[in-house]
Write a protein that binds this ligand. Structure first.
Ligand SMILES: Cc1cc2nc3c(=O)[nH]c(=O)nc-3n(C[C@H](O)[C@H](O)[C@H](O)COP(=O)(O)OP(=O)(O)OC[C@H]3O[C@@H](n4cnc5c(N)ncnc54)[C@H](O)[C@@H]3O)c2cc1C
Length: 594
């Protein structure tokens, strides 16, 4: 995979422009990645999709059987190092596998929990004995994993957990007492990653094996969606485990919990992308078949608008996903080159790109919700019928905005991480923010646009970034350490940041696509990119206006609003015509194709 990293840093997109040659796009998958994707698709079509009803009924032993089959195909061990009998695939390939399997509804959730939050804590934080003991069997599917962080009283505030661990007088074991809530795969898992506070204080990870005396499970939760995914409470009552099962360092459990979440978040976006593509295809096929007023509903402009908008958002989030994924991969290689172990390298890379991971978690889950919601609308009454596939798509999509950190928590994290990096001197937000303040006092100059297909759009992006730096800079100066209490403003700012990152990624992908395949091949993607940016500009303006008006008055407000107008100025385009062209392509192809 040829991407020149040039020492890039996570979060830097806000203050720097990126060249299209430096991003990776799905058009660059190599033959092996394409083969993996096609194997996943075959598995999905033959073993998962025909059995969705049985999976949702939680038919005895079915989920375990399917996970075993995934293990045989190498899907559980794709990103495990060869040392642990894995395939040692790169991060982009593991995102691609997650995307492909993301269309598998409850199975996708079980798979992601097993290979992600269940298995990765051992890979990244386990000692050699723990890795040797568990990883090969988790990779083959002989053992299944789950992750127990949440409790009835602590969800978003995970560190407020009450589950307690106490060392036995002989110093050989820990005794766990407490209760975990909403644990995916709990019904059949063999290995439970459990977080508890030693002596009620030191937050620590533990490995607990199924069948350990003192551990018991609650009943299956009755959920709105992902009904086939096992979700139970897990109880610990004087549950004694050997002290060798402490995972990582005592008192450093938060490092496991939060680092694993970075990877979990970007992977959630990948799974949501796979589900979005499948849902869009169902909507396209239905719109062509359904006749009303003597013609297919796909002929109607209102429906074409929806089909096109689904595709625009999917293409956009896919562009951002694989851009960030490859950036993480490159950073990982760089860290490995600096002498870090494989595990340290991926963790370090994901932590460097934690802002992008949080952006993708929010963007991916919200695109899927949009696509599923409009999918129901396109199917009309049949969209509301439990006998049609859109019902499951709609119910199963909703969880993604809740787990792996709710979207509110992730939005706040985006800002929090930017500000912390600026304070530590890791990201220079100050100099560009000061330059923007100066620029605001001066008369706007007309600029020479660069050359290239998106010369004008790229200049718009430069200005949009200024609108964010201006608004965020003002908020940081005004509230200083109390900015974290101004959550509405933080939400506005993170919405602006998410849109800028996704819009930029979309333009860069299309530029790359054209450089690889020529203008003709990319003409619809040009329309997609322009419509996304066009609408993002309005959303950014609105979010900026809401932030500014909620923290200023009088002349100060006037000045900032003028600045916002100046930095969000653009030439409007005929989005109706663009969407019609996009919809026509989708209808001709009879599926999502971009
Ligand atoms: C189906 C399912 C599977 C799950 N699987 C697992 C699993 O395998 N392992 C595991 O450990 N957990 C799991 N979870 C738990 C999940 O991660 C939590 O539900 C999630 O983190 C939210 O916690 P909560 O439900 O307690 O909501 P709360 O934290 O109570 O949040 C409720 C609302 O308040 C908002 N909120 C909370 N704090 C703040 C704040 N500071 N500022 C602003 N708004 C705030 C939230 O965004 C949300 O909208 C699962 C949950 C579900 C439903």
């Amino acid at each position: 995979m040829e991407v020149d990293v040039k020492n890039r840093k996570g979060g830097e997109f806000l203050i720097k422009s990126t060249d299209y040659q430096d991003v990776f796009t799905p058009e660059q998958y190599d033959d092996e990645q394409k083969m993996m994707a096609s194997m996943c698709k075959d598995f999905l079509d033959s073993d998962i999709l025909p059995h969705l009803d049985a999976i949702d009924r939680q038919e005895e032993g079915l989920m375990e059987k399917l996970l075993n089959k995934a293990g045989e195909l190498g899907l559980l061990s794709a990103s495990l190092p060869e040392k642990y009998e894995g395939f040692g695939k790169d991060f982009t390939t593991s995102l691609l596998i997650t995307e492909m399997m993301g269309a598998g509804h409850s199975f996708a959730v079980a798979l992601a929990a097993h290979t992600g939050i269940g298995m990765l804590p051992i890979l990244y934080f386990g000692n050699d004995a723990q890795k040797d003991k568990y990883l090969p069997k988790l990779g083959s599917g002989v053992l299944k994993a789950s992750y127990c962080l949440t409790e009835p009283g602590s969800g978003s505030d995970a560190l407020a957990a009450k589950t307690k661990a106490v060392l036995t007088p002989d110093g050989l074991s820990y005794v766990l007492n407490g209760q975990k809530m909403w644990i995916t795969n709990a019904g059949f898992a063999d290995v439970f990653i459990v977080f508890a506070k030693i002596d009620g204080e030191h937050f620590t990870g533990f490995i607990v094996e199924k069948g350990t005396a003192g551990m018991s499970l609650g009943n299956e939760e009755h959920k709105m969606g992902i009904k086939g995914s096992s979700t139970r409470q897990v109880f610990f009552s004087d549950c004694k485990i050997p002290k060798e099962n402490v995972l990582g360092e005592i008192g450093k459990g938060h490092l496991i919990a939060f680092n694993i979440l970075n990877i979990g978040r970007i992977k959630l976006a990948a799974a949501a992308l796979g589900a979005s593509k499948q849902t869009s295809t169902i909507a396209i096929k239905y719109a062509k078949e359904r006749i009303q007023f003597k013609m297919p509903i796909a002929n109607f402009g209102a429906i074409q608008h929806k089909l096109a908008e689904q595709a625009i958002r999917i293409y956009a989030v896919e562009s951002a996903l694989y851009r960030a994924g490859a950036d993480i991969h490159q950073k990982e290689e760089q860290l490995r080159g600096m002498g870090k172990t494989n595990e340290e390298a991926l963790l370090g890379a994901a932590s460097d790109y934690a802002i992008e991971c949080a952006i993708l978690k929010v963007a991916g889950s919200e695109v899927l919700d949009y696509v599923a919601d409009e999918g129901v609308q396109i199917l009309g009454g049949y969209g509301y019928s439990a006998d049609y596939p859109m019902d499951r798509a709609y119910r199963d999509s909703r969880i993604n905005r809740i787990f792996e950190g709710t979207n509110e928590i992730n939005r706040m994290l985006i800002l929090d991480m930017f500000l912390k990096r600026a304070l530590k001197g890791e990201l220079d937000l100050m100099s560009p923010a000061m330059a923007i303040q100066k620029e605001l006092m001066s008369v706007p100059e007309s600029k020479d646009l660069g050359i290239g297909i998106f010369a004008q759009e790229k200049e718009v992006l430069v200005q949009l970034k200024k609108s964010i730096l201006m608004t965020a800079g003002f908020a940081a100066q005004k509230f200083m350490l109390t900015l974290s209490h101004e959550q509405e403003i933080l939400m506005n700012l993170s919405d602006m940041i998410i849109d800028v990152y996704v819009a930029e990624s979309t333009l860069l992908r299309t530029e790359k696509l054209i450089s690889l395949k020529g203008e003709k091949e990319g003409n619809i993607q040009v329309e997609i990119s322009k419509v996304y940016l066009n609408d993002a500009i309005d959303r950014i303006y609105l979010a900026g206006k809401n932030a500014i008006t909620s923290m200023t008055e009088g002349d100060e407000q006037k000045m900032l609003l003028l600045g916002l107008k100046r930095f969000t100025k653009s030439t409007s385009i005929n989005t109706k015509e663009s969407r019609r062209k996009i919809a026509k392509k989708l209808i001709e192809a009879d599926k999502y194709i971009f």
